[in-house]
Design a protein around this ligand. Structure first.
Ligand code: S6P
Ligand code: ZN
Length: 202
């Protein structure tokens, strides 16, 4: 059987297969998909994330720090399925610390993930179960494999929005508590105009 896919048209698909099709703009990471999910995180929702609480308190809690969009071709929790999505982090700082995602480890801890940068500059901060922290530079085209059991967070170190695409298992889930409790063991701060990766005591 010949299968022709043209961004929204599938010809000759077997009738028992749901026509799951989507389109990605590979330059920006924007996504068109059925029942696209979206969420946003504002500064007011990220109270414990930034180390400079005094600066955080002086800022507008309605400031959007990042947006996420994703496609769930199978229901959340399905074993063996995959999700696809993207994230855009605004440029900015709280005190000397760059805007970043909350960060999480997957609820099913052995679930891995891919990140691919489309726009901007940043750092992917990672921490394994033994507490070791490290970072990978993100720039357009960089592809990052996040192993299972590794907590992850993305920091925008540039002056334009940072965008990346992601692919993760549909049953991975998110454990945010572990990052709230233990942090990532490192922070990325602006020192003399440069992004510096610094280990912390947490
Ligand atoms: C999901 C994947 C991303 C993040 C997104 C926001 O496994 O890693 O879609 O959810 O970048 O980060 P966070 O830490 O708020 O979930
Ligand atoms: Zn993840």
């Amino acid at each position: 059987m010949v299968l022709l896919i043209d961004f929204g048209t599938i010809v000759g698909y077997p009738t028992d297969v749901h026509p799951n099709f989507a389109a990605v703009d590979w330059v920006t990471g924007s996504l068109q998909a059925p029942n696209l999910h979206t969420s946003e995180k504002k500064l007011g929702q990220l109270r414990t994330v930034f180390h400079d609480q005094r600066s955080w308190e002086t800022m507008d809690p309605e400031t959007v720090v990042y947006r996420v969009w994703w496609w769930e071709p199978v229901p959340a929790g399905t074993e063996g399925g995959l999700f696809w999505g993207g994230t855009e982090i605004q440029p900015g700082c709280v005190g000397d610390e760059y805007f970043m995602t909350h960060g999480h480890r997957h609820a099913i801890v052995n679930r891995a993930e891919f990140y691919g940068t489309t726009v901007g500059q940043g750092m992917l901060v990672l921490r394994d179960e033994s507490g070791r922290a490290w970072a990978e530079k993100m720039k357009p085209g960089s592809l990052h494999y996040i192993p299972g059991r590794v907590a992850h967070r993305v920091v925008n170190t540039g002056n334009i929005p940072l965008r990346f695409v992601a692919c993760w298992p549909s049953d991975a889930g998110h454990d945010y508590e572990i990052v709230r409790e233990r942090g990532l063991g490192a922070r990325v701060c602006q020192r003399d105009g440069q992004a510096v990766f610094e280990m912390t005591q947490d």
